[in-house]
Ligand binder design. Structure first.
Ligand code: 5GP
Ligand code: MG
Length: 192
């Protein structure tokens, strides 16, 4: 049970509601509709097979949960954890593996699930790492792709939405580790 509150916490969720700093880009309804379409396409493409979905933590945890629940085929699920942004709003340019998967990918159909592709560095890193494990196939799905600066170094096979090159939060995507639990996706403007 929560006892006496010792310090007042400046709520980011309240800030999203009350400040002009956030602009809604995609609603919960938009996201659910598109996720279902992607799941239907993937189910069709992989009918009779059992792909391994690999979520990229932390950002994709909500998207992958919704995506796999809309599939009509069997699947396995595992997770990588990567870090490139830290708490900043721009990529550090260096991708680090913070958690490895537990399963073997040799001869498996693998589908990597990303929240967003920005510089494309994470995708490039994962593509090389997974190809070394000799899967029988490898595809990428990303809920969002920034249209201006995505240079993925490989094709994103299933794209939810192409979006402008702005910093977005919500639906798994954080700012300083918060706001992942927002149901909608918002553009967050930098403060002057
Ligand atoms: P990359 O630059 O390697 O394509 O993107 C790496 C990761 O940075 C993404 O998977 C995501 O976790 C994070 N990222 C990229 N763009 C944004 C953004 O606009 N907002 C948030 N919250 N994270 C982002
Ligand atoms: Mg990510």
């Amino acid at each position: 049970m929560l006892t006496k509150q010792v310090k007042t916490y400046p709520s980011r969720i309240e800030e999203v509601k009350n400040s002009g700093r956030y602009r809604m880009l995609l609603s919960e309804v938009d996201i659910q509709r598109r996720t279902k379409e992607l799941a239907e396409k993937i189910s069709e493409d992989y009918r009779g097979r059992c792909p391994v979905f690999i979520g990229v933590l932390n950002g994709s945890f909500i998207f992958i949960a919704d995506l796999v629940r809309q599939l009509t085929i069997d699947c396995e699920v595992d997770f990588f954890k990567l870090s490139s942004y830290g708490d900043a709003m721009v990529s550090s340019g260096e991708v680090k593996l913070k958690k490895d998967i537990d399963c073997h990918l040799a001869d498996k159909d693998v589908i990597v699930v990303e929240d967003i592709v920005d510089s494309g560095l994470s995708v490039k890193f994962l593509n090389e790492k997974i190809m070394d494990m000799k899967p029988s196939s490898l595809r990428f799905v990303s809920l969002l792709v920034k249209w201006d600066n995505a240079q993925p170094g490989r094709k994103i096979d299933y794209v939810g939405f192409s979006i402008p090159s702005e910093f977005v939060v919500g639906f798994g995507l954080d700012f300083e580790q918060k706001l992942r639990n927002l149901k909608n996706i918002y553009i967050m403007q930098e403060q002057d």
